[in-house]
Design a protein around this ligand. Structure first.
Ligand code: UAG
Ligand code: ATP
Ligand code: API
Ligand code: MG
Length: 490
């Protein structure tokens, strides 16, 4: 593609030379990936500054540079205000606006994004649609899976992936949209048809200045739906009406709003709810009829996820009977309230709760069902929101009969310092601190007796533990299985 037609999508830019007809064969933001004919985008990161890698990029074949700082180089430089955002729109143009080719559903919120996207994938598949999916666990095109580094990857990865999804004939795509991605402009250039909001509670205050700033980032997804009405491509905002942030988010969009929740004001509403240890039953009342749902997903929070997915599916034109069938068949999502086999008399459950709100929800649910004691194994990630540490510890103490505090992903922090942050203000003796996650899990399992439930929280589907930039093999489900066997004397 010619550089001048690529640049025409930018709102404004400056360049010292007249850009004529330079051919651009790739766009890259990593100098190590640059090949002949690339446009190299300099991004000032959290670790290093891409502007420092221009020489390497040119040596590898870059023919033009997109920068947000003054740089002196042998190839043309295009200067913009923010390279991350500029890269997103340029990449969308370079890959021929793939998200204009199929419906794109974005899901944002503190908790429930992964679960809601998988529910939506399952509903759309039941409707015989081929789907693409991008989120915390992986990227999928149809049933093929690919690894991802971020819940919402950078714009280059996204636009390339969407182009590939289009080439592989997906009928629709569903993606998680993190607040980081919204703030950093990773999803600029994505043409969303449906934006879904799950909920807002405390997390990521290491990144966002305060809860208002965090909410503002979330609201960008709804603003991005635009304000033009196109009857051939209707846009919808799907909003949890029971969440305090609902009013702000409704004001962020000019498009149709469809609300869901358990309160009577919601358009898609759960009534006649019955929750049991192995299943959840409720009526989903919608503006186009009611369906009775029998789901194997446990807990009230999962009713919200099913309402969110159901409401979005209605907007996507899926019949209620298909939504009902799919929600009934859906067995759950990897690492979300996942039972560990072989625990016999007591239950061991692995869950991805790593925020105060999700931990409280899942422990409240478990408490409602436990015949006997509840044990929780939990830690907090390093290099992440420090304010959530004492909150999560006191929630563990409030709901569990005994809490075992341990390491999550310490990353570059001292694990014992994280544990100190968690436990400093606790009173009482209803907890143990065991830094080794493996030993903590063994200890919890060794305490469990008939009718007890052990919750292993925080790492869910993760198959590693990240310590000082290295990811060591670690899977809570595998470690728990071994602990259960050895507790049983096998
Ligand atoms: C804080 C943050 O968001 N960091 C993201 C960022 O990394 P970074 O800022 O450290 O990048 P960097 O290493 O400083 O590099 C800066 C630039 O120089 C370039 N470079 C670097 C080295 C070199 O030799 N040559 C070169 O050109 C890099 O390619 C890059 O363009 O850019 C990377 C590439 O896109 C991301 O993978 C990385 O996410 C890291 C892994 C991360 O942990 N991010 C978290 C905070 C995050 O974004 N989380 C949300 C989910 C949150 C939720 O649970 O809701 C997410 O969407 O994943
Ligand atoms: N709607 C919900 N409200 C509150 N908690 C929830 C909800 N859905 C799931 N949870 C809890 O949060 C955990 C994470 O759920 P899920 O992975 O679906 O959320 P997420 O928003 O994708 O998280 P992340 O931001 O880490 O990607 C679950 O294991 C469960 O404990
Ligand atoms: N997307 C979240 C995942 C947290 C998972 C938890 N296990 C941790 O490492 O803190 C984050 O990067 O903050
Ligand atoms: Mg997720």
């Amino acid at each position: 593609m010619k550089l001048n037609s690529l640049l025409s999508v930018l709102p404004f830019y400056d360049t010292s030379e007249t850009i004529t007809d330079i051919d651009i064969s790739h766009i890259e933001a990593d100098s190590r990936e640059v090949t002949a004919g690339s446009l190299f985008v300099c991004i000032e990161g959290y670790t290093v500054d891409g502007h420092d890698y221009i020489n390497q990029a040119i040596a590898n074949g870059a023919v033009a540079i997109l920068a947000e700082k003054d740089v002196d180089t042998s190839v043309p430089v295009i200067r913009v205000a923010n390279t991350s955002r500029a890269m997103a729109v340029v990449a969308a143009a370079f890959y021929d606006h793939p998200t204009k080719q199929f419906p794109l559903i974005g899901v944002t919120g503190t908790n429930g994004k992964t679960t809601t996207t998988y529910l939506l994938e399952s509903i759309l598949n039941e409707f015989d649609q081929k789907t693409g999916l991008i989120g915390t666990i992986q990227m999928k095109i149809g049933q093929n899976t690919y690894p991802v580094q971020n819940t919402t990857p950078d714009a280059l990865f996204l636009q390339r992936t969407f182009q590939r999804m289009h080439a592989e004939h997906v009928d629709a795509a569903v993606m998680e949209v993190s607040s980081h991605a919204l703030d950093l402009g990773r999803v600029h250039g994505c043409d969303f048809d449906i934006a879904v909001f799950t909920n807002l509670s405390q997390d990521h205050l290491d990144y966002h200045k305060d809860m208002n700033d965090y909410l503002h980032a979330k609201s960008l997804l709804f603003a991005q739906l635009g304000n033009t009405y196109d009857e051939t491509r209707k846009k919808f905002a799907v909003i949890n009406d029971d969440d305090l942030a609902a009013a702000t988010l409704k004001k962020s969009t000019a498009q149709h709003v469809i609300t869901y929740g358990c309160q009577s004001s919601a358009q898609v509403r759960a009534t006649d709810i019955h929750m049991e240890v192995t299943k959840t039953t409720f009526t989903m009342e919608t503006p186009i009829g009611s369906i009775r749902i029998n789901s194997s997903l446990i807990g009230k929070f999962n009713i919200y996820n099913m309402l969110a997915a159901g409401a979005a599916a209605i907007c996507a034109g899926v019949p209620l009977s298909v939504i009902q069938r799919s929600l009934e068949n859906m067995k759950g999502v990897s690492g979300r309230f996942e039972p560990v086999d072989g625990s016999g008399d007591f239950a061991v459950v692995v869950d991805y709760a790593h925020t105060p709100d999700s931990l409280e929800n899942v422990l409240e649910t478990i408490n409602g069902f436990a015949e006997n004691n509840v044990y929780v194994v939990v830690g907090c990630g390093g290099d992440r929101d420090k304010q959530k540490r004492p909150l999560m510890a006191s929630i563990a103490m409030k709901y569990a009969d005994r809490a075992i505090f341990t390491s999550d992903n310490p990353r570059t922090e001292d694990p014992n310092a994280i544990l100190d942050d968690m436990t400093r203000d606790l009173s009482g003796t209803g907890y143990d601190v065991i830094e080794s996650r493996k030993e903590a899990i063994s200890h919890a399992v060794s305490l469990a007796e008939k009718g007890d439930i052990v919750l292993i929280a925080g790492k869910g589907h993760e198959t590693y533990q990240e310590i000082n930039h290295t990811k060591y093999d670690f899977d809570d489900r595998e470690v728990a299985k071994v602990a259960i066997k050895s507790a049983a004397g096998n």
